[in-house]
Design a protein around this ligand. Structure first.
Ligand SMILES: Nc1nc2c(c(=O)[nH]1)N[C@H]1C(S)=C(S)[C@@H](COP(=O)(O)O)O[C@H]1N2
Ligand SMILES: [Mo]
Length: 526
């Protein structure tokens, strides 16, 4: 009998070891969360390790993640980190049954990794940022050491068959640990939530002034009636979001500052939010697009933005564009979370409506979209222009500095490519026989859309009906009444931009400077 029951007992003990490892990991994260809430919420170990992982992910993998998980990519990353930590916790818990010190040391090692990640984040707040990881690891190591002790020592050992005390002792210790950790974690969350309240209050208090230069009213008919077509103006809550921030920065507008400095800046300056609001504001319709948008993809949105003309601020600081003898050809925008985006100074100052936006569709910017201030340059992909949570503008050259995505093999310069998307019918739809409205959007920001054509299978290109164009900086809707014939068909669309250039058929990937190629959908008509 002995060997079977011994086996069972060591299995049970192993399971309890695993539970101690999990509990120690849980407690470590909870303590770290609590300490992070006191130090800086962005310094939590999952956030810093996740951030470090994002920064080190090869462009192709990141592209795959965006393609596969879409805007849930960051959630998937964090769950992945938690699952990995859970597994390692289990392993360390089992190890600690035999090698108690080694188990605890293993937990400490993770603290070191977390601390290292926290110190190398671009937005690192200095040594204090290591505290959450260090404190969490110390707590986790101590708890594992203690729980492993409950399983291995005591008046009886698990093998002896009379392990009543140690098991009950373990269960009590484990429950207390679990409860205390949950309490610490919850307290941390609450404190972190409170911290953001100043920023939330500052946003609520913003009263957007009327624009000195209002947007032209949208021409009647920019929004086609076709069912399933995108809204011309994307509501803020539906606006796509792409950024590397695992925790959305909550910036207090009252303490926010924007610095302008660097090469050729003869009068470096710092602006407050209030100072920006007191300037003459412009209001403009601008369609924003992400370079990671696949042909036919969702990473495009349109909004009416309110803000100050960036070129005016730059001129005030003495900046000249290269064509007027300016020394800097690159404007590097930096955000509070350490992101850098580089735009051509020439584009920003060539008369287009490059804007430091404070308002989006009549509201202060949502936190997700860059409150209190973000940059936008019509005609350029977001990663080379649309800095959210901006706090610093540095004039420099493309030769001397590569911004975040450029370091990761994306192009230095990235004007938006001409694209058209079929919004309706959806791929693999089965429309009834008759006339089906094929409709969608086309964009070539800052060049405008002149023509959109639709092709059924390998038939001739047919002109689509165009909605009026709001401005060259906005997308444009189109529709085409298709008289169906029974069976499967490929519907393809292509656009011609305002310069007369027809959108290329050549399919490219999103890396390095945006996807090209025609969008088509396959449908089966009744
Ligand atoms: N601070 C910061 N700004 C950023 C980014 C970022 O990761 N961090 N991503 C850029 C990219 S790639 C795009 S496409 C746009 C997206 O803006 P949205 O999230 O408001 O749609 O923001 C840009 N600004
Ligand atoms: Mo992007």
């Amino acid at each position: 009998m002995g060997s079977v029951s011994n086996f069972r007992k060591s299995l049970a003990r192993g399971a309890l070891g695993a539970v101690s490892g999990l509990l120690a990991g849980y407690a470590a994260l909870a303590v770290a969360e609590l300490v992070a809430s006191l130090v800086r919420p962005q310094a939590g170990p999952v956030t810093v390790v996740g951030g470090a992982a994002i920064d080190r992910t090869p462009a192709a993998v990141k592209d795959f993640a965006i393609r596969t998980f879409g805007e849930n990519d960051k959630l998937v990353l964090q769950l992945g980190i938690l699952a990995t930590l859970g597994l390692l916790g289990i392993v360390l818990g089992i190890v600690s049954l035999r090698y108690r010190r080694a188990g605890a040391a293993g937990v400490l090692l993770f603290g070191v990794i977390g601390a290292a990640a926290s110190l190398t984040r671009p937005d690192s707040g200095g040594v204090a940022d290591a505290l959450p990881s260090v404190a969490g690891a110390l707590a986790g190591a101590a708890i594992l050491y203690f729980l492993a002790g409950k399983l291995t020592s005591g008046p009886t050992s698990a093998e002896s068959g009379t392990d009543g005390w140690s098991r009950r002792g373990f269960l009590v210790a484990a429950s207390v640990t679990g409860l205390a950790a949950t309490g610490a974690g919850a307290l941390g969350r609450t404190l972190t939530g409170r911290r953001g309240q100043g920023a939330v209050a500052s946003r609520t208090a913003v009263e957007l002034p009327a624009p000195a230069s209002p947007a032209q009213p949208l021409p009647k008919g920019v929004q086609l009636k076709a069912e399933g077509i995108s809204a011309f103006t994307t509501p803020n809550k539906d606006f796509y979001r792409v950024d590397t921030a695992l925790v959305v920065p909550k910036v207090d507008a009252d303490t926010w500052r924007l610095r302008i400095r660097g090469k050729g800046v003869t009068r470096p300056r710092t602006y407050t939010f209030q100072e920006l609001l007191e300037r003459p504001l412009i209001e403009r319709d601008i369609t924003l697009t992400c370079v990671s948008n696949e042909v036919g993809g969702p990473y495009i949105g349109h909004a009416r933005w309110l803000g100050v003309r960036l070129a005016d601020l730059l001129r005030e600081c003495g900046v000249k564009p290269p064509s007027r003898g300016g020394k800097a050809d690159q404007l590097v925008a930096r955000s509070v979370d350490g992101m850098t985006l580089g735009s051509p100074v020439e584009d920003v100052m060539d008369g287009r409506d490059a804007i430091l936006a404070v308002g989006m569709n009549g509201e202060p910017l949502p936190f997700e979209h860059g409150f209190p201030v973000r940059m936008l340059v019509p005609g350029l992909y977001g990663y080379v222009s649309a800095c959210k949570w901006i706090e610093d503008i540095e004039l420099t050259t493309f030769d001397s500095y590569d911004a975040y995505w450029v370091k990761r093999k994306w192009a230095r310069k990235a004007p938006i490519k001409t694209q058209a998307r079929i919004d309706t019918p959806k791929p693999f739809a089965r429309p009834a026989a008759g006339t089906v409205t094929v409709a969608g959007v086309a964009w070539a920001q800052h060049r405008g859309i002149r023509r959109v054509e639709v092709r059924i299978d390998d038939g001739p290109w047919q002109d689509a009906d165009l909605a009026p164009q709001a401005t060259v900086d906005t997308w444009r809707q189109w529709s085409y009444p298709w008289k169906t014939t029974p069976g499967g068909h490929n519907l393809t669309v292509r656009a011609t931009d305002g310069t007369g250039e027809v959108q290329t058929e050549q399919r490219t990937r999103t890396i390095p400077d945006g996807a090209s190629g025609w969008h088509s959908v396959f449908v089966t008509a009744g």
